[in-house]
Design a protein around this ligand. Structure first.
Ligand code: PMP
Length: 365
């Protein structure tokens, strides 16, 4: 069986030991005589699985006691609507726009609260093409906002908010961490709410993680559907209805794999090394490859780059494919290429890519 080096932005590669364990347990989980997909979500086996997953996640991220962990459905896109439904029932919220995803989040919030509250853009880098972060001094924070929303890693534009970027302290900070959660340590206490779709660093698509500070529960409007209400889901241990059981199980195995790697400090070191290698290849190519993002906020997870001669794009893609390097085509709104190098991508895979890129540049430069 030949596994390729998969640079997909998501759904993305999963750690091979996790996939092997899933395969081994598929028909009979721990002697239960059935697989996890076939179990009642209310039975003792699955209850144990979800409790262990939450405990491992809490240990990895150092989630304080005063936060609830929810395993929801609908993807990060549903959170674009669910967050204002739960936290913005009047007044206004501030959004920082640093790429396509935070722009979508702002638009969806405006749609959801139309006429009942306001959604403000507190700063945007769109005019510069989403290649950096705004000067924090220049942001127009509203100290009375219901919350401040940002996307801490823009998957398409490859812009990552560094841990020392100042965030407002007077209002709850809500962060879309879909594409870099669990890639480095994070101080959860700086945030009121963290959310992430699973299909990059957590597990299969279908489960959406929400980590919410308890004092933000209970603020949803009276017509909010129960499954969309954070406090109802929290009261019911994310099991008001049937949760995405298989996705939660696989996520739990990914959390255990991460702990076995040495947790987030260890995975951060590996991710920093992978990203440094790839950016050095791009920057050292004499302009053959280019990444436009300001170095201080270049993403360690998603590395978009263009070829100086876009006429070579098709050859680059077909040759990478032939070399066993998959899913490098850039997002349609950025063009060029994108290499997503999430936790499950080993350094060896990035080395193969970089060797290919150097060779391709030599042959075509
Ligand atoms: N936010 C970010 C940062 C993303 O990368 C994505 C998906 N690529 C989304 C939101 C949307 O996620 P989903 O497809 O789970 O709705």
């Amino acid at each position: 069986m030949a596994r390729i080096w998969n640079f997909s932005a998501g759904p993305a590669a999963l750690p091979q030991p996790v996939l092997e364990q899933v395969r081994d347990e598929l028909l009979d989980w721990h002697g239960a005589g059935m697989g996890v997909m076939e179990m009642s979500h209310r039975g003792k086996e699955f209850t144990g699985i979800v409790q262990q997953a939450e405990a491992d996640l809490r240990a990895l991220l150092g989630v304080p006691e005063s936060y609830r962990v929810l395993f929801l459905q609908g993807g990060a896109t549903q959170q674009f609507a669910q967050i204002p439904m739960n936290l913005l029932t009047g007044g206004s919220a501030d959004y920082l726009v640093t790429g396509s995803w935070s722009k979508k989040a702002l638009k969806e919030a405006q749609r959801v609260v139309a006429g009942t509250a306001s959604v403000r853009c507190a700063g945007s880098t769109e005019a510069d093409g989403f290649v950096g972060l705004p000067d924090p001094q220049a942001l127009a924070f509203d100290p009375r906002a219901a919350y401040f929303h940002l996307c801490t890693n823009e998957t398409i534009h490859g812009v990552e908010v560094p841990p020392d970027y100042p965030l407002p302290s007077a209002v709850p900070v809500v962060a879309d961490m879909s594409s870099h959660i669990l890639s480095r340590p994070v101080d959860v206490s700086r945030y009121g709410l963290i959310y992430a779709g699973a299909q990059k660093n957590i597990g299969p698509s279908g489960v959406t993680l929400v980590i919410v500070r308890e004092d933000l529960l209970g603020r949803a409007g009276p017509t909010t559907p129960s499954v969309m209400d954070f406090s109802v889901m929290a009261e019911n241990g994310s099991m008001l209805n049937t949760p995405p059981t298989f996705a939660i199980y696989v996520a739990g195995l990914v959390f255990q794999w991460l702990r076995a790697q040495g947790g987030l400090p260890a995975i951060e070191r590996a991710n920093a090394e992978k990203a440094a290698l790839l950016y050095a290849c791009i920057d050292g190519s004499g302009g053959f490859y280019r990444n436009p993002v300001a170095p201080a906020c270049r993403s360690r997870m998603n590395v978009p780059f263009t070829l100086a001669d876009s006429g070579l794009d098709a050859a680059f893609l077909s040759e990478t494919k032939a070399a066993g390097l998959a899913s490098l085509k850039g997002h349609k709104s950025f063009g060029g290429m994108r290499a997503s190098i999430y936790n499950a991508m080993p350094l060896a895979g990035v080395r193969v890519l970089v060797d290919f890129m150097n060779d391709f540049a030599r042959r075509h430069g």
